[in-house]
Design a binder for this molecule. Structure first.
Ligand code: ATP
Ligand code: MG
Length: 225
């Protein structure tokens, strides 16, 4: 930030295995988005390494990096980053276009994904004509377009009402059950508690990691156990 150095993360050492379901929680400004951007190879660390399938992504050239991201990673941005001039449908089609999928197949897949995330009638609307929750749905559908092995979602339900939020989390969890790796940054305690690995971050440092399975995500934890 200009001449001021911001240490957003410090001494992070983390291994995420294929098929894991990890939640990352922590106060605002603690470094959650920074960590997720690094994991998704959207950012480069000032020191240290980031390995994806054994490849040090912090050293890859930008075109190789773009290819790796397109093939392997679906990223749901906290701020959506949808293209304002394109409709919801076109936004979801875009990564398919980059992957060389033909128009008919692109539209078919994008429509199916938008239906799956629950955006019914808004598919021909531009982001400016959608609510925050609806933009989030488009952003999730776009992240899933190329069927990525790894899904990194930054507050994917932050702007949704509770029903849509629950439906969205269940959909992401279903993808995880099917073998996809899922990392979710969330402020929602209930959603955070559902993950098999739960990471707490504070001032750029991983403070705590819980891996004990919770008996049931819907049940309140028993106090006297
Ligand atoms: N581009 C940037 N330039 C300078 N500082 C930044 C930049 N992006 C983030 N920071 C700082 O890095 C720290 C971590 O930010 P980050 O966005 O990762 O937090 P967060 O945990 O995702 O917060 P939130 O819950 O509000 O989304 C904060 O102190 C923030 O001000
Ligand atoms: Mg953030």
């Amino acid at each position: 930030m200009g001449k001021i150095k911001v240490k957003a993360l410090r001494g992070v050492n983390l291994t995420i295995n294929s098929g894991d379901y990890v939640s990352i929680m922590g106060p605002s400004g603690s470094g959650k988005s920074t960590l997720l951007h690094l994991m998704g190879a959207l950012d480069k660390p000032s020191s240290g390494k980031i390995l994806i399938d054994g490849i040090d992504v912090s050293r890859l050239k930008s075109n190789r990096l773009a290819l790796l991201r397109r093939k392997k990673i679906g990223f749901v941005f906290q701020q959506f980053h949808l293209l304002q001039r394109l409709t919801a449908l076109e936004n979801v089609e875009l990564p398919l276009w980059f992957a060389g999928v033909n128009k008919t197949m692109r539209t078919r897949r994008a429509k199916k994904l938008l239906e799956r995330v629950g955006l019914g009638s808004g598919i021909y609307h531009r982001p400016g004509e959608l609510s925050g929750g609806e933009m989030q749905m488009v952003s999730i559908a776009r992240a899933l377009a190329n069927n990525p092995e790894i899904i990194l979602a930054d507050e994917p339900t932050g702007d949704m009402d509770s029903v849509s939020g629950k439906v969205t989390m269940e959909m992401l969890e279903e993808l995880n059950s099917g073998g996809k790796t899922l990392v979710v940054v969330t402020h929602d305690r209930e959603f955070g508690a559902r993950a098999k690995r739960r990471i707490k971050i504070m001032d750029g440092i991983i403070e705590q990691e819980d891996t004990e399975p919770l008996s049931s995500p819907d049940r309140k934890p028993a106090r006297n156990q």
